[in-house]
Design a protein around this ligand. Structure first.
Ligand code: ATP
Ligand code: ATP
Ligand code: MG
Ligand code: MG
Lengths: 157, 165, 157, 165
């Protein structure tokens, strides 16, 4: 059990270090065991250094940097334990426009056999979707669904 | 094993039957605050066997049944159906097409079906074992969980890796 | 002490019920004491009903509805305990475009003696600002500041 | 009592002195993720007497001093100055203009000034008492606190009202 944990940790850690610069457009990051000597109980630390910045405590990261670091961790886990489809419910809320675009591009280039379903308010994410559903409540309290195009959404916004 | 479609009928803000088809690639779901987007996420979570009402923002199991509006009476049952293409046998079944339906009634009675055969919740969980879609998988990232995961203590992050292990 | 709490609670509760329909473009809401008989220890419940919807448990509200309900509560407190200036750091992250616009309008029409400082990624909020500062890191890891116009920002986005 | 200006010098990602002027109405602060916007919010919180490092995303009091980059050495002190127009005597002072400066050094030594006079932290807190800008006021809403306030238990919401009372 503990070797399996150690093995999975190593794989996720390697994936995390690999994906981080792709997500951030640079920088370094890694996962570390809080206690190397106690594999059964050790916690996991995140060490993240966005591009151009000095390595500092995780708590000093900005809102958007935290979100992008967590997204990186999730995709590191997905690399080690792939899923056939993935629903992402507004994961990019704190990201600025440039990071939204980079993340949407990352999804676009992801393993083509994975289906992504992205619930989003952000134009940059919508722009990379292969198809869009608009959810609305024309009748109060009752949801209805419509296939929409990006230009139709843009007109509404 | 592509996800093929999701049909929502009487679940939360969907009293009228609605079906989403999922092609390859990226499907975007957009709309105003409170329009029902996260309810779609929860419909998927629910039909795949979610047992924790907290993960569905509810307090009781029957909270997922359409509760009515000023103009429309509450319904007595919620039903969600998800269909998969199983040609690559990613799910533990010999069927080439798999349709899972979950139903709940006002009195709390629940019903599960795989390809129109009544089954137990356990059979739904077994279907997904080792498919990358089990309860421990990260196939559904709920609204707000990104911030939650970041704020987790180092010990809690450990359990995230343990679940993946 | 307990009468002062009860008094403040009544005032905040009245302000909350008054501001909610302005924030949401309709609907009703109120605050309630969890235990009317125990003023010294009672907690406070929020009861919120967005426009056109039936009253349900607070947990069923959407991400944006929760944010807007909390913003309403904050402004109810500000009505009872005014502040000369208020810094809002990305409070509208979960709001859709229509709610961002309505909230920005609410700030625009707010008591003119209150200065607001809004840190935001959202165009609708920027559009109502009387002046804009752009913060950037032209040199890695070093923040610099520039007065900018809305059109300059829009070109960048 | 309009807020007039905020000068940030050596605080967090601001090694080079930067001044923001605040006219009437709404001032928007925009920029990319990680550019320093919330650091501005925290500079204001800090100069007004914040003692809890957790509210500044730090672990030590000296975490607010510019820590250096690949190209620039760390600094030895952080200083923030905020200036107010006190014509309406909203702050507890006879001065018509009030300038508060807070400084911290690498060894942890801190210094507070009101209109260039050295004072104690207590004097800064007294200045703001009953001004609507005390520690209990909602003059600064930090990033992420909207979700936090919503998720608070009914008992915690009570303390929010108690602080306002
Ligand atoms: N059982 C139910 N019956 C009727 N309506 C319900 C039920 N459960 C939830 N709702 C309604 O569904 C709405 C929430 O929908 P949802 O969370 O899907 O919104 P959303 O589109 O994700 O919004 P946001 O963009 O703000 O996250 C709420 O307004 C709630 O009142
Ligand atoms: N003492 C310090 N010395 C140097 N840089 C620091 C220091 N403390 C924090 N930083 C840097 O400041 C940056 C965070 O800035 P801030 O939180 O203000 O960003 P932001 O503009 O609010 O971003 P977001 O839009 O993502 O919320 C971090 O990248 C962090 O490395
Ligand atoms: Mg939602
Ligand atoms: Mg920030």
């Amino acid at each position: 059990v503990s070797t399996r944990f150690k093995e999975t940790f190593e794989q996720v850690s390697a994936a995390f270090a690999d994906i981080f610069p792709k997500m951030f457009g640079g920088g370094h990051a890694k996962l570390a065991l809080t206690d190397e000597t106690d594999i059964l109980n050790t916690g996991i630390d995140i060490i993240a250094q966005p591009p151009g910045k000095k390595l500092q405590s995780l708590s000093l990261l900005s809102g958007g940097e935290r979100a992008l670091t967590t997204i990186t961790l999730l995709f590191a886990i997905l690399k080690v334990r792939p899923v056939p489809f993935c629903i992402l419910d507004e994961v990019e809320a704190s990201l600025d426009e440039a990071n939204v675009d980079r993340f949407a591009q990352f999804l676009k280039n992801y393993d083509l056999t994975t289906q992504f379903i992205m619930i989003t308010h952000r134009k940059g994410s919508m722009a990379q979707a292969d198809q869009l559903y608009g959810v609305m409540m024309q009748e109060s309290g009752i949801s209805s669904l419509l296939s929409v195009s990006l230009s139709e959404i843009e007109q509404q916004l | 094993m592509p996800l093929k479609s999701l049909t929502i009928n009487g679940f939360k803000s969907f009293p009228d039957k609605v079906t989403l088809e999922f092609p390859k690639g990226i499907t975007g779901i957009v709309g105003p605050n409170g329009s029902g987007k996260s309810n779609i996420t929860e419909a998927m979570r629910w039909v795949m066997g979610e047992t924790n009402v907290r993960h569905l923002r509810g307090e009781n199991t029957t909270d997922v049944i359409f509760g009515g509006t000023a103009m429309k009476a509450p319904l007595n049952r919620a039903e969600v159906t998800v269909s998969f293409d199983n040609q690559a046998k990613q799910l533990n079944s010999d069927f080439k097409e798999i349709e899972i339906t979950r139903t709940i009634f006002r009195n709390g009675d629940t019903n599960y079906q795989i390809n129109q055969q009544n089954v137990r919740l356990k059979d739904i969980h077994d279907l997904f074992m080792d498919s990358g879609l089990s309860k421990e998988s990260f196939s559904i990232i709920s609204q707000g969980s990104v911030e939650q995961i970041f704020n987790a203590k180092p010990a809690d992050r450990r359990s995230v890796i343990e679940e993946a292990a």
